[in-house]
Ligand binder design. Structure first.
Ligand code: CMP
Length: 446
């Protein structure tokens, strides 16, 4: 995940890739630390209990390490990746560096420097408290981190939006509750935590537009009244947003599953309308269930056809890696052949008992089996059994066009078909393929 960059001194310094897993993991960790800071820093400040403790040291150290990491991480500008440490440093110094330094800077050292001078300490302390809030600026970076989460963890777009929404909602609720205390609202008695809980309770009942009314602003205090009204309006917005979005978010949480349900629903409705016999209906339903379980989708993935050719080939190579690994004819083939062949293969599924081809039938394609077993029958007598990794249907394409045997699927079978035109093209272009196919035809004839 690391990338090397030569430096003017002649040595080679290691840079961290901006899209490396380690960097993304670090960013997620920073998101969590920033979240913790956003919760604890203002809370501690308001409670008046804000010591220089392990939490403070931990956050300071993490933020300092982060600055070091940013200096050593490649950056993207448009579509180009910048791996020159000098340019990286310049860009960082011109953008976030100052704020990051301010967030990480251990300001309490000034208090220590002031020594026993209590007047100086008294003047410094309120400033230091305020400066600690600078750490909240890091929240501005959080959304760009979230954007990269799907590269690291398997998360759908809808689930990610839910996580981001929850992250911000928790923080905003927390800030509003603290704001309520800061303006002196609520009963002043009790420990700070109890007062905070009461404020949070007020905040949640107000934002969620429940508004029990058991905790209310002091009606003679303008600030509290205005604050409440603003939060009430904000609550209406949030409520509308939640109602409007959560249902779509949840519905889209698993878009593929929703699509599967929609498609099967459509098919079942069609079969019901046409009074298709129950066993046939069952077979169709079973087929869709099989597709869903094995592939996680039903039917064609349309966007593949819109990809540029090379990208499409790369994707096809990856998607078809199972058949490439299993079929010896492919496994031993060279890269050029593979890149050509994956673009020509069409995925097929056969149901248990299906006659994939019938003896004497005209042939227009051959098949490669990636999963399942088939029986080869000549005049009703089993001649051979073929499993994953084998191919069949080549005989008729080489010799005359008529199937020499019946091939029947034993269970669910998956594989790929290759049309006669593409088969002939491959034979012409790749003599090695031609040779292997002819050898197989010869062997099977015996
Ligand atoms: P084809 O003649 O196109 O259609 C039937 C297919 O069954 C044939 O191609 C071969 O791929 C396959 N086949 C025929 N005989 C045998 C055999 N003895 N062993 C394995 N496969 C066979």
């Amino acid at each position: 995940m690391a990338q090397s960059a030569s430096n003017p001194a002649g040595g080679v310094r290691t840079l961290i890739r901006y899209d490396g897993r380690e960097k993304i993991a670090w960013d997620i960790f920073i998101c969590a630390v920033v979240f913790l800071c956003a919760i604890l820093v203002p809370y501690r400040l308001l409670s008046g209990f804000d010591p220089i403790d392990a939490f403070y040291v931990f956050v300071t150290v993490v933020f300092c390490i982060d600055i070091g990491i940013v200096f050593r991480t490649t950056v993207v500008s448009g579509r180009t990746v910048i791996a020159d440490p000098e340019i990286i440093a310049q860009r960082y110094l011109r953008s976030w560096f100052f704020w990051d330094l301010l967030s990480a800077f251990p300001f309490p050292v000034f208090v220590l420097l002031a020594g026993n001078d209590t007047a100086a300490q008294g003047a410094l302390l309120p400033w230091l408290g305020g400066l600690r809030l600078v750490r909240l600026l890091s929240l501005l970076k959080v959304n760009s981190f979230f954007g990269r989460l799907p590269e690291f963890v398997k998360i759908s777009g809808a689930a990610l939006r839910l996580v981001v929404f929850a992250y911000w909602l928790i923080l905003v609720t927390h800030f509003i509750a603290l704001g309520w205390l800061a303006i002196g609202a609520g009963k002043p008695e009790g420990e700070f935590f109890t007062r905070y809980l009461r404020a949070l309770y007020w905040c949640i009942t107000t934002i969620s537009t429940i508004g029990y009314g058991d905790i209310t602003p002091d009606h003679s205090n303008h600030l509290q009244l205005v604050y409440t009204m603003v939060i009430q309006l904000f609550g209406v917005g949030v409520y509308g947003f939640v109602i409007g979005n959560i249902s779509t978010l949840v519905a889209n949480l698993d878009a593929a599953k929703a699509e599967y349900k929609r498609k099967t629903g459509e098919v079942l409705e069609y079969m019901r309308r046409h009074a298709i016999p129950a066993p046939l209906q069952f077979k169709v339903r079973d087929y869709f269930a099989y597709l869903w379980e094995t592939r996680g989708n039903v039917g064609k993935v349309e966007f593949l056809e819109e990809l540029p050719r090379q990208l499409g080939v790369d994707l096809a190579l990856f998607v078809n890696r199972d058949v490439i690994a299993k079929v010896p004819l492919f496994r031993e083939a060279d890269e050029l052949f593979l890149r050509q062949v994956v673009g020509l293969l069409k995925p097929v599924v056969f149901l248990p008992g299906d006659n994939i081809m019938l003896e004497g039938e005209h042939a227009d394609c051959m098949y490669f089996l990636s999963a399942g077993d088939v029986d080869v029958l000549v005049q009703g007598v089993a001649r051979a059994s073929l499993g994953a990794g084998s191919f069949f249907g080549e005989g008729a394409l080489v010799e005359g066009g008529w199937r020499t045997a019946t091939v029947r699927a034993l269970g669910y079978c998956e594989g790929y078909s290759l049309s006669v035109e593409d088969f002939n093209l491959l034979r012409r272009r790749y003599p090695e393929f031609d040779k292997r196919v002819l050898e197989m035809v010869e062997a099977r004839r015996r």
